[in-house]
Each structure stands twice: as structure tokens, then as C-alpha cells.
Design a protein around this ligand. Structure first.
Ligand SMILES: [Zn+2]
Length: 307
């Protein structure tokens, strides 16, 4: 099984296309709502990374019906959550029914309390609840509100005419990643399982599982594959799908390179230096310098632990 998966990864590597400049996140950018299909929007928020001039966008899915609104993933702070709410109020007065946390990370949950105060029920995977509980304990029992409604595998939310299937398909970027599928809209929101146009982020050591989770996600019937970070505005469905395939190949390349070097007995320091030459065009992606060390370190520890 293991030899087979390595062979599959090798086959995937030559499919790397042009990467530089794809979905660049940009310096001059105004957060705002991007229409996807009728009743479905993506809010692109700004996410500033320490020491980086360019921004990685943090994307929230906004599903609107006269009967109510569902938001999937919030923003990095209460203030940015209020900006997201204000943008929603420019297009709809319907009540905010649910906020789904598709990742437990702060840049997606730090505005939770704003949405709870606005009347939303918070929903998330049990892994997200646990991860947020650990962060909360480490912070002296302070932090954003946690999901009140949790599940392990699948939940369907219905608001008016809208249907959202929440799928936990395995770990990836975190232990609580959700894929939110709108089957009658042809939309799949992948949250942090997919960053568009930037180097892959697999710091928690689930790179190999991430590939399997993405494989399962791609079995869903969707035309629009929406990333949790990176560019959505002005992108065609074809460009977003191509970006997803590149992201999968990027995760595969990291896992393949680190697993090979661990098998050769290299130290973490040796892998961090040597991997630059293993990653080909992926090493030219935006935020490679920012994300490489955490991706390699997390994947290295996971590979060593398997031995
Ligand atoms: Zn994030």
C-alpha cells in the first residue's frame, strides 16, 4: 500500500504546470464579496502574515436565502468579522442562521463571537471543537466562542431553498477540516484544504492524509472549487479547479520529498536544506519562504513517527 502510494505520487509530479504569478494575492486589495452563483458568494478578507508585504486572502463562503444566511469560516479578528457582516448586510437583511467553522485556526474562528452575538448557531467538526478547547485552555480560558453543534462525519444544513452538506473527509491542514458542498449549486468550499496560488501549508503533519482527503473531496459533484485562502476574484471555475490540482500536487511533492529523505536517514536540518532542490517550480510559489519550514517540520515529524 505504501509502495503503491509513492508510485502514484511520482506519477503526479510531472503534471506541474506554470506556477509563478498564478493567483497571486497582491499588495493592493480591498476585502469584499465576490458573486459565485445565484445565492452564493465568497467574501475575500485580508490576512497579513508577519513580515510579508503581500496578503494571503482568507475566504468566507456566504450562502444567502430569504429565510436566512449561512456563513462558512469567519475572519481573523472581531473587527474583520464585523466588516464581513457589514458587507453581507449590503446585499441581504435575512437573519444569520449558522456560522460553520471549517477549520479551527484563528484566522477562521477569531470572529466567531461576532456571529454568535448576531444570532448565528456555531457549527463545526468535533476535531475543531477539541483544537479550539486546547487553544482556549492555553490562553487562560479566553478566546472566541466554540461550535455549539458538532458532528463527526456529515451534517446537512437547510435554510429556505439552500442545502449545505458538511463533510469531514479526513484530516489535512488540521484535524477538523470540512468540505462544504452545495449539491444543487455545484459549489464545494474546501476551506484550508486548498490554498490557491501559494505554497502548500501542511504544518500539522497530515500531508499524506491530506492527499487522501482531497481525493475524496474531488469525488463530490462540483464545478466551483473554492479555496480557503488565495485568489477567487476574477477566476473561472476552470482556473480554480486547476489551482486545486496544483495544490494537491504541491502537497504530494512535499510529502514525497520529505518521506524519501527520512528513509535515507536525514536529520530535519538536512531535509530543510536539501528540499529546495526537490520541489521544482513549487519552490517559486508565493510564501514558499514563509511556509516551507513549518510544512517540512510537520511532515518530517509525522514520517519519523511512522518508523
Ligand atoms: Zn487559515
Amino acid at each position: 500500500m505504501r509502495a503503491f502510494s509513492i508510485a502514484v505520487l511520482l506519477l503526479m509530479l510531472p503534471s506541474v504546470g506554470p506556477l509563478s504569478g498564478q493567483g497571486r494575492v497582491g499588495v493592493d486589495f480591498e476585502p469584499g464579496l465576490v458573486p459565485i452563483v445565484e445565492g452564493v458568494w465568497v467574501y475575500e478578507g485580508a490576512l497579513h502574515l508577519d513580515g510579508e508585504e503581500e496578503q494571503v486572502r482568507t475566504n468566507s463562503l456566504v450562502v444567502i436565502d430569504e429565510a436566512g444566511i449561512v456563513v462558512v469560516d469567519g475572519q481573523d479578528s472581531a473587527e474583520e468579522g464585523r466588516e464581513l457582516l457589514a458587507a453581507i448586510r449590503e446585499v441581504s437583511d435575512a437573519p444569520i442562521r449558522y456560522l460553520v467553522n471549517a477549520s479551527p485556526h484563528g484566522d477562521h474562528v477569531n470572529s466567531n463571537t461576532v456571529f454568535a452575538d448576531a444570532g448565528a448557531t456555531l457549527v463545526g467538526h468535533v476535531g475543531t471543537y477539541e483544537a479550539m478547547t486546547e487553544v482556549r485552555a492555553a490562553a487562560g480560558e479566553t478566546g472566541p466562542a466554540r461550535p455549539e453543534l458538532t458532528f463527526e462525519e456529515r451534517m446537512t444544513l437547510r435554510v429556505g431553498e439552500r442545502r449545505l452538506d458538511l463533510h469531514f473527509l479526513g484530516r489535512g491542514h488540521t484535524r477538523g477540516d470540512l468540505v462544504v458542498h452545495l449539491p444543487d449549486k455545484g459549489v464545494a468550499f474546501l476551506s484550508e484544504l486548498y490554498f490557491h496560488g501559494v505554497f502548500a501549508s501542511v504544518s500539522e503533519g497530515y500531508a499524506e492524509e491530506h492527499l487522501e482527503t482531497l481525493r475524496r473531496a474531488m469525488e463530490l459533484d462540483a464545478r466551483w472549487w473554492i479555496p480557503g485562502h488565495g485568489y477567487v476574484r476574477d477566476q473561472t471555475p476552470e482556473e480554480l479547479e486547476a489551482g486545486l490540482l496544483r495544490y494537491r500536487d504541491n502537497v504530494a511533492a512535499i510529502h514525497h520529498a520529505v518521506a524519501n529523505r527520512v528513509a535515507r536517514g536525514e536529520s530535519l536540518e538536512e531535509v530543510l536544506v536539501g528540499i529546495d532542490g526537490d520541489l521544482g517550480a513549487f519552490a517559486e510559489l508565493p510564501f514558499y519562504g514563509y511556509l516551507k519550514e513549518s510544512a517540512v517540520t510537520g511532515t518530517y515529524r509525522a514520517e519519523v513517527a511512522k518508523r
